[in-house]
Design a protein around this ligand. Sequence first.
Ligand code: 5AD
Length: 357
Amino acid sequence: MRRDEILRWINETDQAALADLHRQADAVRREHVGDAVHLRGLIEFSNHCEQRCGYCGIRAPNQAIPRYRMSSGEVLDRAREVHRLGYGTVVLQSGEDPVAGGHWIADLIRSIKAETDLAITLSLGERSEGDLATWREAGADRYLLRFESSNPELFRKSRETTPHGLVDRIRTLEVLKSLGYEVGSGMLIGLPGQTSADLARDIALLRELDLDMIGVGPFIPHPGTPIGRHFPDPASVDGQVPSSEEMALKVIAMARICCPDTNIPATTAVATLNQQDGYERGLRAGANVVMPCLTPDGVRAQYQIYPNKARLHGADPETQRDLLVARIHAMGRTVGRGRGDSPKAGKRSAMAVVAPE
Ligand code: 5AD
């Protein structure tokens, strides 16, 4: 898909044409990654964060949310639950919390690996090269770090005082790759100030980064943030990309077409805009992963990156899993077994084996 085609799709509003784009993406998904939907158990273990991202509800200056940090025993307990439920991967996510630092995380990774065969995905923000290396050595398999926007100016403006720019973030993605992580990235859709051309460049960057995982979702305004408080009606701003479900599904579809053998989740943000069947629509537009949330009920509401986060129905994690599995089966899809590693990473190591000296 050329850049001008990407741009054309971003501006396309004809429903029949869009249905066709979804069908195309769905066919590419089936051919390259199959019908299996991989489930990843997500544990949001700390909402402490040193950053001041203008869009994110857990930004440091937001005093309206109580802060929590689970103990490593509690996280380990939840990881056991993820394993017991039959999910092949645990995703450990937090704000940039210095207290949950290098050794603490490394010990946690070793404990999980000692007891289970779970793949471990980390989503802990921009951390030092030393920490990233330590965690990889401890056994972490994958790392998620969105670049958020490929427009350096929009990146800088949206993330306020952070000393790190887009260049540093891209560099961190390269470091992660060189450490042997499966690497995931992505961006926000409809961030105020984002134009169609910006979004087209974002999608082109997904392809250039040669990612194992791509996570994208609509920007959802949070009233406790500067960007959320001054969120203009997107329709009133010339050239502004809407942060709509329709746009998010288009982007998932294009990401699939541009990066055929990448793992792509139907994200919670999409499901938040459409609590009815947002996951299904994502899965039909090219996605092949869902990340059910296993954060304990007592703190879940405090991990408030954005408000009204979708949650899967079901009183307990088992019922939640059964209902999710039933929804996947109802679509004619299967549930992935095992770790659900990136097909691309498999090819990479196979290439390494046959590569000549
Ligand atoms: N709306 C939607 N997504 C958000 N994120 C942060 N704030 C918001 C928001 N207001 C996303 C960022 C981050 C991921 C963990 O959550 O893209 O990388």
